[in-house]
Design a binder for this molecule. Structure first.
Ligand code: F6R
Length: 609
C-alpha cells in the first residue's frame, strides 16, 4: 500500500528519504511527507498530491540532517489531505510516526485518549498509534520500549517507523502483517516498505520478521522480540535489478497482485468484523434506514460489474432483496425505472470510470440513494456517493484487475451480512459466515500453491483456439470474470455463460481442441454440471474443472481437475475459484509472449466514454 522510507547516516537524510520515496512512486500514492531532526526538534513537512508538491515545500526550507523518515500515503482512513498525510506527531510532539496498514481498534483507542485530554488533528488511525506510543514514551522509557508497550495495545496490520526528539540517533521500527525491510550500509542504515527504495544505497538487507522491533542507529541494527530479548540479525544479499524489485521479484505486476490476494482478503475485513462475528459498518451507515430499501441496482463496468453480479446472487439468495445489475454505459442512456425506495450501488476500483460516474450523477438527480464500493480513496465516485465503503485492496497497477475484484466481492459479502444483521434476519448465519470470511486469506494462500499445476496446464492449452468458461449459481458469475482475464491478456476468444445456457447456442462452437473451464463449487447442481462437462467432451472439447477437495464425482469426469480447500458456504468457494482462473490466464499469456501488465488497446482507468 503506502510507501515507507527512513535513513540514518552521514549523507543529508532529507535528500535520501525524498529519493527513496521517488523510487516508491510506481506504487501509487496521494500525499507524502517527511520528518527530520533539526536544532529545534522534529520538523514535519507534508503535502497532499504528488511528491513534487512536497519537493516544493522542501525547497522553501532547505535543511540538512543525518536522520529522517518519510512516507507516501495511499489513503484509507480519512481523505488525501495535507493534515492526514504522514508523519504524525504524538500529543507532546516528542515522537513522529509513519505507518502502513490498518489499526483495527483505533476508534476505541481514540475515544479513550480523548477522555484523557488528547486532541487529534487528523482523521487517521496512524495519529492514534502515535498518541499511544507517545503516551508510553512520556513515562521516560527508551523509544524501543515505548514502541513495544504501544503496539501491545494495537490490533490490526502495521509497519510502524518511529523517531524521537529525546533520542536523536535512533529510528525504531516494528511490523505486524505489513512488510518492512532494513538496508545495511557502510556507516549508514536505511528502512523501507519495499526493496527498490534501498537498492541505490545497499544490496544487503534484513527482512523484518513479524512482531520484531528494530532499533536502527548509524552503525548498528538491533532486533528484539515483544519481551525485549535480542534476536539474531539475518542479512540477505539482493541481486535483483530495480525493475524486478518493484514487482517484488515477480515477473509482472499482475502476478504480484494475484499473489497479494491472501493479504488483501484479510485487509478488506480488517476492523470490520468484531470478535463475536458482528459486522462493523455502522460508521458508513449511520442514520441509514435499511428497512426502506426494497430494491438494489448495481451499476458498474467490466470486472467491477462481475463483482456486482456475485452480489446480486447473494442479495437475492441470502437477503431475498431484489437486485438488478446494469452496465454503467447502458444505465446512463437506458432510462431505467428507478423506485424511490431503491439503493444504487456503484462499484469501481479507480472511482473515476466515466460511464459509472455519469450513471451516479443521474441517480443523484433523481434523488436515489447511492452507495460506492471503491478502492481509490477520495476518487470522484467515492466523493459523490452518499456513502462509500472502501475495498482496502491497495493500489492495483496491472491493467487486468485481480486483487481489486476479490476485494470488491469480499466487501459486498460484508455488506450483505451487515444488511442481514441490521434487519435481524434469523435465516442468515452472520457470525458463521463472518468466521469463514476471516479464513479466506488462508484458503487463498493454499490455492496459490496450485500454481505449478496451472503452469503445466497452461503449457498444454496455450494454443487452444477458443475457451469456454461456465458454471452454475455463483460459479456462473465467476466464470464471466475468468473469461475476461484470458481475453484481456492472452487475446484468446472466449465464450462465457451459465452452463445451462450452453445448449441454447454456444455448444455449436465446440469442436476438437476447444477448452472448457468449469467452476464446479456449487454442490446443489453438481449432477447438472457433470452432464454439461460430458456434453463438451462428446464434441471433442477438453474439460478443466475447478472444484472442492471433497468432490470425487467432478474429478472422475473432468480431463483435468484443480482442487480448492472445502468450505461450508458455496459462494465463498466460488469466489476462490477465480484464483486458478487468474493464474491460468496469466501463464497462458506469458507463454504466448503477450504484453501482460499493459495489454493492447486497454487502459487502467477509463475516464472517457
Ligand atoms: C478488467 C478491468 C476492467 C475494469 C473496468 C471498470 O480487468 O479492470 O474491466 O473493471 O474498466 O473500472 P473501475 O473498476 O475502475 O470502474
Amino acid at each position: 500500500m503506502c510507501g515507507i522510507a527512513g535513513y540514518i547516516g552521514q549523507r543529508n537524510a532529507i535528500d535520501v528519504v525524498y529519493d527513496q520515496l521517488k523510487r516508491l512512486e510506481y506504487r501509487g500514492y496521494d500525499s507524502a511527507g517527511i520528518a527530520y531532526l533539526n536544532g529545534s526538534g522534529i520538523n514535519i513537512l507534508k503535502r497532499a498530491g504528488k511528491l513534487s508538491e512536497l519537493g516544493k515545500l522542501m525547497g522553501q526550507r532547505p535543511d540538512e540532517c543525518g536522520l529522517a523518515i518519510g512516507h507516501s500515503r495511499w489513503a484509507t482512513h480519512g481523505g488525501p489531505t495535507d493534515t492526514n498525510a504522514h508523519p504524525h506527531f504524538d500529543r507532546y510532539e516528542q515522537v513522529a510516526i509513519i505507518h502502513n496498514g490498518i489499526i483495527e481498534n483505533y476508534l476505541e483507542l481514540k475515544t479513550e485518549l480523548i477522555k484523557d485530554g488528547h486532541e487529534f488533528r487528523s482523521e487517521t488511525d496512524t495519529e492514534v498509534a502515535a498518541h499511544v506510543i507517545g503516551a508510553e514514551y512520556a513515562s521516560g522509557v527508551p523509544l524501543e520500549e515505548a514502541v513495544r508497550r504501544g503496539v501491545k495495545q494495537l490490533r490490526g496490520a502495521y509497519a510502524l517507523v518511529v523517531m524521537s526528539k529525546r533520542e536523536p540517533g535512533k529510528i525504531v521500527a516494528v511490523r505486524n502483517a505489513s512488510p518492512l525491510v532494513l538496508g545495511v550500509g557502510q556507516d549508514e542504515n536505511l528502512l523501507a516498505s519495499d526493496i527498490p527504495a534501498l537498492l541505490p544505497y545497499t544490496r544487503d538487507i534484513v527482512i523484518l520478521e513479524e512482531n520484531t522491533i528494530a532499533t536502527v542507529t548509524q552503525h548498528a541494527i538491533v532486533l528484539t522480540d515483544g519481551d525485549g530479548r535480542e534476536l539474531p540479525l539475518k542479512t540477505e544479499h539482493i541481486e535483483w535489478d530495480v525493475a524486478a524489485a518493484e514487482k517484488g521479484g515477480y515477473e509482472h505486476f499482475m502476478l504480484k497482485e494475484i499473489h497479494e490476494q491472501p493479504d488483501v482478503m484479510r485487509q478488506v475485513i480488517a476492523g470490520r468484523i468484531d470478535d463475536e462475528g458482528n459486522i462493523r459498518l455502522d460508521k458508513v451507515f449511520s442514520d441509514f434506514v435499511w428497512h426502506e430499501i426494497d430494491r438494489v441496482n448495481i451499476i458498474a463496468c467490466g470486472t467491477a460489474l462481475h463483482a456486482g453480479m456475485m452480489a446480486k446472487h447473494l442479495f437475492e439468495k441470502l437477503l431475498r432483496l431484489p437486485t438488478d445489475c446494469y452496465y454503467s454505459s447502458e444505465f446512463r442512456y437506458g432510462d431505467p425505472v428507478l423506485s424511490p425506495r431503491s439503493l444504487a450501488i456503484f462499484i469501481s476500483q479507480s472511482g473515476e470510470t466515466a460511464d459509472s460516474l455519469a450513471a451516479l450523477r443521474l441517480c443523484k438527480e433523481k434523488r436515489i440513494r447511492t452507495l460506492g464500493i471503491v478502492n481509490v480513496v477520495g476518487s470522484s465516485i467515492a466523493r459523490e456517493c452518499d456513502r462509500t465503503i472502501y475495498t482496502q485492496a491497495g493500489p492495483e497497477i496491472s491493467v487486468a484487475s485481480t486483487k481489486a475484484y476479490t476485494a470488491q466481492v469480499m466487501t459486498l459479502i460484508l455488506l450483505a451480512l451487515y444488511i442481514a444483521q441490521v434487519k435481524e434476519m434469523p435465516g442468515v448465519r452472520v457470525p458463521e459466515i463472518a468466521a469463514e470470511l476471516k479464513g479466506m486469506g488462508d484458503r487463498a494462500k493454499v490455492i496459490l500453491g496450485l500454481e505449478p499445476q496451472v503452469v503445466k496446464l497452461a503449457e498444454q492449452v496455450r494454443r487452444a483456439p477458443l475457451f469456454f468458461f461456465m458454471g452454475r449459481g455463483a460459479d456462473a458469475y465467476v466464470a464471466l470474470e475468468g473469461a475476461l482475464k484470458l481475453k484481456e491478456i492472452a487475446y484468446i476468444p472466449t465464450v462465457e455463460c451459465p452452463a445451462g445456457e450452453m445448449k441454447h447456442g454456444p455448444l455449436a462452437l465446440v469442436s476438437d481442441g476447444v477448452m472448457a473451464v468449469f467452476g464446479a463449487s456449487e454442490s446443489d447442481v453438481r449432477d447438472k454440471i457433470v452432464s454439461n462437462m460430458r456434453e463438451i467432451q462428446a464434441r471433442g472439447g477438453t474439460v478443466l474443472a475447478i472444484t472442492t477437495e471433497d468432490d470425487a464425482i467432478v474429478e472422475r469426469v473432468a480431463n483435468v481437475t484443480l482442487k480448492i480447500p472445502n468450505g461450508p458456504f458455496d459462494f465463498l468457494d466460488a469466489l476462490l475459484t477465480i484464483i486458478p482462473m487468474q493464474l491460468l490466464a496469466y501463464h497462458v499469456a506469458r507463454l504466448n509472449g503477450c504484453e501482460i501488465d499493459q495489454p493492447r488497446n486497454l487502459a487502467k482507468s477509463v475516464t472517457v466514454e
